[in-house]
Design a protein around this ligand. Structure first.
Ligand code: PRX
Length: 657
């Protein structure tokens, strides 16, 4: 938001970046944006016909009659897996490498499009044999692997809706999602391997299924990753490699309507219960393809690498669907950026000649730190000349990290694309076009053509540029969330709140637009959602986990800015017994951190826990979170505390344990 300061640091796309770009120059960007303004349906309809092979063409682009439950290309029919695999093989590209998989230990496996199609078909046939059919929900709890992508694609092929649960979530979180989505099958692995350590996924899955209400889960299919020991229930469990052994590698795709739910992905909201974000097939796939072409300027020769996990939306759109739908060659990585050392990403870029690289600010910050401490893992030590475009996603990127990334990874040559979007948006929303948009560190720049982003106040009225406000999207777009699984009312209340007039999509982020350039800078969440290392966490989810512990009476969770993880979780806790101090407090804090790890997953563990006799409350008993945020940061309390009933508590909570 330091606008004058930022203006001095504008980076024009180089002549090289502009030459031959899919969108070359700002004129071309403006022309596209103007096309969308002029004829919204025509614009999207044209893109959809080009990006997707339709089994049956659609006759209508957008139906707003049941707003905000918009539908796109509704009478069109397609299959996502057909678009990702068959069509490339049919057009003679079966021998092209689809995935270059690098395992944690460095072992590399390559799969061509023809091989991928055969594997997906065999697995889809095996699923079919186990009764899995169109409309069923299948939970996937797998490590980063070719098999994980095969599982997603096989579901898509059958018209079964997948719901991938990140491998770092606990048995309890997995259970909650299996039950909410009503899964008939669970696909998992014996173990996950990351950074030389294993995690017993099958065991966690067994624990989840034993928690009750999972009777509808008829099959558990297990990918053998390590051969580690697992418990086995012969009535339910089957090895992935065994059930595909005798299957045909031909499987006719199930043609589905464009609105058919391709997947449901859970994400945190401001209440305790995660939201099952439901995506469509047609509109979603269109935007996955289009943003690959626009934001990453994807070309046939590119080697694309997105470092996200398939358990998050980024791994859905920019690993499992976008690159495959284009027939791209992509790198998929099992491990972590710091193993065996913090030069792993740079080594892999060089080894696989990656040209388009996409990662998270938190990774950049931690690798900067590592490079500063140990010259041997500095990106300068590696040959990164293959890189053409480098991107970031997941959280605001501080200008320092952005500049380091551009300089040391991008060689001052590659455009940095800071992409703002969300689980709910399906794909990029605000991002530079590398061959067109001049970039500014810390700004995601301009909405992509067709995306009508704006900044408004609490009543939905526009705010002047330069003044912060609420980020909204004024018109529906094809890849948007369709509903919250099983809870359409929550969908309406969360994303189309009546306070904003009911027609604006509420993103949940704050933003400010530059008066001169119209560039957006995201200022962070405006609700009770935290962003820790690019992972979205609800404060209420963590609070619910804490109060589920027998010793905890009350808990309030807030975020604190953190130099590496972006935000850190700080929990204020009162116990059902006297406030612990010293050694005892430290012990208890550890117990509670581990407890949260078990309840939700290690990503949700509070960095710090402070114990108090009480929490700061108003006379009506409402916890004053803004005060807790100041205390967590170690700031002096300058806010008005006149409504606070127990001001003396601030002193007690202000001190870290
Ligand atoms: O707060 C924004 C932040 O991440 C949130 C979305 O999180 P999730 O649904 O998990 O999806 C992450 C991957 C798309 C947003 O509401 N966020 C995401 N990208 C950016 C960002 N904040 C600032 N700049 C970004 N580029």
């Amino acid at each position: 938001m330091e606008l004058p300061h930022q203006k001095q640091r504008t980076f024009e796309p180089s002549a090289e970046a502009q030459a031959g770009a899919n969108v070359a120059g700002m004129e071309a960007y403006r022309a596209l944006a103007a096309d969308a303004e002029r004829d919204y349906a025509g614009f999207w309809g044209g893109l959809a016909r080009e990006a997707i092979d339709w089994r049956k063409p659609f006759s209508k682009v957008l139906d707003e009659s049941a707003a905000p439950f918009y539908t796109w290309f509704e009478d069109g029919e397609l299959n996502a897996s057909y678009n990702c695999l068959d069509r490339h093989v049919a057009s003679g590209h079966g021998d092209r490498v689809a995935i270059v998989f690098e395992a944690d230990d460095g072992t590399v496996t390559r799969v061509t499009y023809a091989q991928m199609l055969a594997r997906v078909a065999r697995f889809a046939n095996a699923l079919k044999r186990r009764g899995i059919k169109r409309g069923d929900r299948v939970v996937i709890y797998m490590p980063m692997s070719i098999e994980g992508i095969v599982a997603m694609q096989a579901c898509a092929r059958l018209g079964a809706t997948h719901s991938v649960v990140f491998g770092g979530f606990s048995a309890k979180s997995l259970h909650e999602r299996i039950v909410d989505v009503g899964a008939v099958a669970l696909i998992t692995a014996d173990e996950q391997v990351r950074g030389g350590k294993t995690l017993p996924l099958k065991q966690i899955a067994d624990e989840a299924l034993a928690m009750g209400n999972c009777d509808v889960v008829r099959s558990v299919i297990v990918y053998r990753r390590t051969g580690g020991e697992v418990a086995w229930d012969t009535s339910r469990d089957a090895w992935m490699h065994e059930i595909v052994a005798n299957e045909s590698d031909i499987c006719e795709p199930e043609w589905v309507g464009a609105e058919h739910p391709l997947f449901i992905l859970y994400t945190s909201g401001s209440t305790g219960k995660p939201k099952g974000v439901q995506h469509s097939t047609g509109g979603y796939l269109l935007w996955a393809v289009q943003t690959m072409k626009w934001t990453f300027d994807w070309k046939r020769e590119d080697v694309f690498w997105c470092t996200a996990d398939i358990g998050w939306i980024t791994g859905h759109t920019y690993i499992a669907y976008g690159p495959l739908a284009l027939g791209a060659t992509q790198v998929v990585f099992e491990g972590v950026p710091t193993y065996p050392d913090a030069g792993r990403f740079w080594k892999m870029i060089a080894d696989h000649q990656v040209s388009l690289f996409y990662t998270a600010p938190t990774a950049i910050r931690s690798l900067t730190k590592a490079a500063d401490a140990d010259e041997s893992v500095h990106p300068a030590r590696y040959d990164l000349a293959s890189l053409r475009i480098i991107g970031t996603v997941g959280e605001p990127i501080n200008p320092e990290a952005w500049l380091w990334y551009r300089r040391h990874v991008g060689g001052e040559r590659c455009p940095v694309v800071d992409t703002w979007w969300q689980t709910e948006t399906g794909g990029h929303m605000i991002a530079p076009l590398p061959g067109a948009t001049p970039t500014v560190p810390g700004s995601c720049t301009l909405p992509l053509p067709g995306i009508m982003a704006a900044v408004v106040d609490e009543t939905g009225q526009s705010v002047p540029d330069g003044q912060g406000g609420i980020l909204v999207v004024k018109r529906p777009w094809p890849s948007m969330v369709r509903t919250i699984w099983g809870d359409p009312e929550r969908f309406k209340a969360s994303y189309y709140p009546p306070e904003l007039g009911g027609t604006l999509y509420l993103a949940g982020d704050g933003a400010v637009r530059d008066p001169e350039t119209g560039y957006f800078t995201i200022t962070g969440r405006i609700d009770d959602v935290l962003n820790v290392s690019g992972h979205r966490l609800g404060t209420m989810e963590i609070e619910s986990a804490l109060v589920a512990h027998e010793l905890v009476a009350e808990a309030a969770v807030v975020g604190r800015p953190d130099a590496t993880t972006g935000e850190a979780v700080v929990a204020f806790v009162t116990l059902k017994r006297a406030r612990p101090e010293g050694e005892e407090a430290e012990q208890l804090a550890k117990t509670l951190r581990d407890w949260v790890g078990k309840e939700i997953g290690p990503i949700a563990k509070p960095k710090e826990i402070r114990f108090g006799d009480n929490l700061p409350k108003t006379r009506s008993g409402k916890i004053m979170r803004r005060l807790l945020r100041s205390l967590a940061k170690g700031d002096a309390i300058v806010q008005d505390t006149s409504t606070l009933e127990n001001p003396e508590i601030l002193d007690q909570l202000g001190r870290a344990v």
